[in-house]
Design a protein around this ligand. Structure first.
Ligand SMILES: Cc1ncc(C[n+]2csc(CCOP(=O)(O)OP(=O)(O)O)c2C)c(N)n1
Ligand SMILES: [Mg+2]
Length: 802
């Protein structure tokens, strides 16, 4: 006799769930051992959280999305989104995408991801498969992206028929499932996401796996009233006010969990109401991770309580008491489960270790010094012997030995017959290339839509072009893009109703509707996350951050999530979103818009574009829309009102990242800058001209990528002197540009004088025009820097000024 709530499932389905839970637990136990015996480097597992994940998997449908964290292994197994072999492959860090398809060994274990892209880098039919966005380690870092995954459903449901939804959505019926630990709800990202989803009323279902602890820190230090559902009760919907559905359930109560998830997800899917499932009384049988033991901080009573409340034990008792199966049947299932997990472990270990052993053996065989017997030969032999003795070698062992062996090969052991040096060198080169693919590929897109594959299209002009404020060029360009890319969605603070603080989207909401261009709350982290999630689901979001300085609120999301997405999935997922902001030449600590080094070193994987005017900015947007890579575009703040010639081919000209433009040719000094600093540089160049100094002025236009064709050094070959100029801090983006030109382009070979940088002060820019003048570099500073170089070079011709 089954209880009423379990009647929703057949006995077979219940037994199936029990088997999965049991296998998952065994995987956790064996996984930990793999780490403790040194076969894996680190392990974090899902034991103690099995039962609610069975319930979640039961309501997760093809087309749905997960954005979660490392405890979700039972869900991944139960939903058929991961195999046990893949589970072990992650522990070993297997880099073979056929064996470890989600992450290819680039991130720690239990960081889950499905492949949303095919081998060509194009989206698969995402409505036909179950999707997990790729996990990241920072706690609550999965939340901002979750908002976008959920919002996409809403936009697809309400979109007009021009929007390409095929393969991305089935009338917006997809639920975005979030999971988070109880302690991680303390993070700002959680609260920001939670509020935004309540405002937006999107199909987002967050499960909080509450085990009462965040590593060693208990709930009482994490959460007001020690209960996240109690704290969030005010978010619950009421008769006349939309809000959340809030459910709580005990994490060991299988029938209750099945019922709760069924009810909540049905409404979430149909009504697009966000849901919170607060799942309490979960446990952590093996402690937090392999890095420590929970006996250090949990009392004996608590540990006993955890044993008493173990979900699997309780599910077993329930099955027996409901007479769904008898002891013998369950014993049999358990025995088979243990065997199955052992087999999966064995297979995964073989998959991982055999190719490496093979590689080790190949190397030892090849590095056979048969022709020589000098002292070095002995050393080679002993290196090889050490390598042979390693029971479970890793690639590092083999490569490290091979590089040492190579140093020792002398001419006589490398005679023409066996060409040892050549063979070892070739072998090493191959292996290093393979490892570059294993560990350093896919920072950017590999599809044919990657930006480096596109063609530049120049703006065209009438013979006497109309001179219009830059704002109008960018506005009309957005109009064209909205018209031509139905999946383009623009959002940010003040972007919708008033058309942006600088009116660059003027009239677009009236024309294209609130579904396509809309205001958001003041919440930069989730503005970025919203864009990531939407982009992963086939929309083309342009997320505006009102001023560059405020990107700091969202920088963690750009850096940890967006910038690493292609890389951490080895090309399995992408999020081609555009972040649009404005910066440069404002004054005041939080409005200067200058700190470019803040991004160039933290968001590799996202292009950083710094156009000097609105035509260049528009050219970048046009290229980005044609491509499939994420980028940050920093519009030059003081150029909205300046007049520019209006191109005829608005929306169609394309400026590709990575190509500097020489604005003025000159012979004495090369002056390298970007963005709004170009105008200051132009002023300085004029001032220098009056002193017979000829500057070659180069606008780099994009910092990431930077001068892909190495053109700046060509200028330096001519002038032999160079100044890098911007308004970032000393050692900031100018130092970056200098490294690129001096080291990567071998610029040092052509210098007749030391290279210089002209930068802002180390502090942030002070308020007012005078504050700006004395904080930021100005035309006189550039003049002085260039003049002083000329003075050092030829003091007779260029005497000291002061
Ligand atoms: C931003 C950030 N801070 C700290 C950590 C280190 N850390 C990893 S897991 C964890 C505890 C998380 O606890 P909880 O959210 O309750 O999840 P549980 O592990 O208990 O399931 C901490 C502090 C991290 N990964 N990211
Ligand atoms: Mg916890």
């Amino acid at each position: 006799m089954k209880s009423e709530s379990a009647a929703m499932l057949s006995a077979e389905e219940i037994i199936h769930d029990y088997r999965i839970a049991f296998e998952s637990r065994q995987a956790s136990l064996m996984g930990r051992r793999e780490v403790l015996t040194g076969k894996g480097k680190f392990g974090i597992f899902g034991d103690g959280k099995e039962i609610p994940q069975l319930a979640m998997a039961r309501v997760f449908e093809p087309g749905d999305w997960r954005s979660g964290y490392y405890r979700d292994q039972t869900f991944m197994l139960a939903a058929g989104m991961m195999t046990l072999e893949e589970f072990f492959a992650q522990i070993y860090g297997d880099t073979d995408t056929r064996i470890n398809p989600g992450t290819a060994g680039r991130v720690m274990n239990n960081h889950f991801a499905t492949k949303t892209l095919n081998a060509e880098g194009h989206f698969k039919d995402l409505t036909a498969i179950k999707n997990s966005s790729a996990d990241i380690s920072p706690t609550a870092g999965q939340m901002p992206r979750l908002l976008g995954l959920a919002l996409a459903s809403k936009l697809f449901r309400t979109a007009d028929n021009k929007v390409h939804a095929e393969g991305f959505s089935n009338n917006g019926n997809e639920v975005a499932f979030g999971t988070i630990g109880d302690a991680s709800t303390s993070e700002g990202h959680f609260f920001e996401t939670f509020n935004a989803a309540g405002v937006l009323q999107v199909p987002m279902a967050i499960s909080v796996w509450d085990d009462g602890w965040g590593i060693s820190v208990p709930n009482k230090y994490q959460t007001t009233k020690q209960s996240i559902s109690e704290v969030l009760a005010g978010f619950a919907q009421t008769k006349d006010k939309p809000g959340y559905l809030i459910y709580t359930a005990k994490g060991w109560d299988y029938p209750e969990l099945i019922k709760t998830y069924r009810e909540g997800i049905k409404r979430c899917r149909e009504e697009h109401v966000p849901v919170l499932f607060h799942i309490t009384e979960l446990t952590q049988p093996q402690g937090h991770s392999t890095s420590g033991s929970h006996e250090r901080y949990k009392s004996a009573e608590r540990l006993k309580w955890e044993v008493d409340h173990d979900g699997i034990t309780r599910m077993r008792s329930w099955i027996l008491s409901e007479k769904i199966a008898d002891v013998k049947k369950l014993d049999d299932i358990e025995q088979k489960a243990i065997e199955k997990v052992k087999q999966a472990r064995k297979k995964a270990w073989g998959n991982y270790s055999n190719p490496i052993k093979q590689m080790r053996d190949d190397f030892i065989r090849m590095a056979n010094v048969s022709t020589c017997n000098c002292a070095k030969t002995q050393k080679i032999e002993s290196l090889k012997e050490d390598l042979r003795m390693i029971a479970d070698p890793i690639r590092k062992d083999v490569i490290s030995a091979a590089r040492k062996v190579l140093r020792l090969i002398c001419d006589s052991c490398s005679n023409p017959e066996n060409s040892l040096k050549i063979n070892v060198t070739n072998w090493l080169e191959n292996e290093m290339n393979d490892s570059a693919d294993r560990y350093s590929s896919y920072l950017y897109s590999h599809s044919e839509k990657r930006l480096s594959n596109l063609k530049q299209v120049a703006p065209t002009y009438k013979e006497k072009p109309e001179m219009v404020p830059g704002r109008e060029i960018i506005r009309d360009n957005f109009d064209y893009l909205m018209d031509n890319y139905p999946n383009l969605v623009i959002f940010g603070e003040d972007v919708g109703k008033i058309g942006g603080v600088n009116q660059t989207y003027e009239g677009l909401q009236e024309k294209y509707g609130e579904n396509r261009i809309f205001d958001t709350g003041i919440r930069e982290a989730t503005i970025i996350g919203q864009g990531i999630g939407m982009a992963m689901r086939g929309l083309r979001p342009l997320a505006e951050i009102q001023y560059f300085d405020y990107l700091l609120y969202g920088l963690q999301v750009v850096s940890d999530d967006l910038a690493t997405l292609q890389y951490r999935t080895k090309g399995g997922q992408k999020a081609p979103m555009i972040i649009s902001t404005r910066g440069h030449r404002l004054e005041g600590i939080w409005h200067s818009g200058s700190p470019l080094s803040m991004v160039i070193n933290s968001i590799r994987g996202v292009h950083v574009l710094v156009p000097r005017d609105m035509t260049r900015a528009a050219g970048f947007y046009n290229a980005l829309m044609a491509g499939d890579e994420p980028a940050l575009v920093i519009e030059p703040l003081n150029a909205y009102r300046l007049r520019e010639p209006r191109p005829e081919n608005i929306g169609e000209f394309r400026l590709l990242p990575g190509y500097p433009e020489t604005l003025i040719e000159g012979s004495d000094v090369t002056l390298v800058t970007y963005g709004s600093c170009v105008r200051i540089a132009l002023d300085a160049v004029e001032q220098l001209k009056a002193f017979n100094i000829s500057c070659e002025l180069i606008d780099v236009q994009s910092l990431l990528p930077f001068d892909v064709n190495n053109t700046i050094v060509e200028s330096l070959k001519k002038t032999n002197k160079i100044v890098f100029f911007d308004e970032d801090v000393p050692g900031g983006a100018t130092a970056y540009m200098m490294q690129k030109v001096m080291e990567e382009q071998n610029g040092y070979l052509y210098l007749d004088a030391p290279p210089r940088t002209v930068t802002g002060k180390a502090h942030r820019a002070a308020y007012s025009t005078d504050g700006d003048y004395f904080s930021n570099p100005n035309a006189e500073d550039v003049f002085d820097a260039v003049y002083n170089i000329m003075h050092d070079y030829n003091p007779g011709k260029y005497p000291k000024i002061f």
